[in-house]
Design a binder for this molecule. Structure first.
Ligand SMILES: [Zn+2]
Length: 120
């Protein structure tokens, strides 16, 4: 496995800001259109966060061996068994082999999430 690329904190911050703004505007528009129950939304978001907390290991512990369903961390040494369960795709941008579920398809081909976030 060659190039391991790390998304910079600055990039993440910018994306989070954009996402937050997008969601905020989206919710406002839905609310104005009478299509949003904010209390229901909050309840459901919290329920989903509860669920994902139980199923997903913390970001700081990517090497926990007991979760074969999770994709291996980008650029890291693959966990033998976990890798074979999902098709691997070569990123058209950086050339890394990444699990198919961690890629996006753009006009020029299939690229990994890391490259996709850089283009955003
Ligand atoms: Zn890539």
């Amino acid at each position: 496995m060659g190039t391991s690329e790390v998304v910079s904190i600055g990039t993440l911050r910018r994306e989070i800001r954009e996402l937050t703004a997008t969601v905020t505007v989206l919710l406002d528009m839905l609310a104005e259109a009478g299509a949003l129950d904010r209390e229901m939304l909050r309840t459901r978001v919290e329920a989903m966060l509860e669920n994902s907390r139980e199923e997903t290991p913390p970001m700081s512990d990517p090497w926990r061996p007991s979760d074969p369903d999770l994709p291996p961390p980008l650029g890291g040494a693959p966990d033998r068994d976990a890798v074979h369960e999902q098709p691997m795709v070569q990123c058209a941008s950086c050339g890394s082999m990444v699990p198919e579920r961690m890629t996006v398809i753009i006009a020029t081909g299939v690229i990994c999430d890391v490259c996709a976030s850089r283009r955003a």
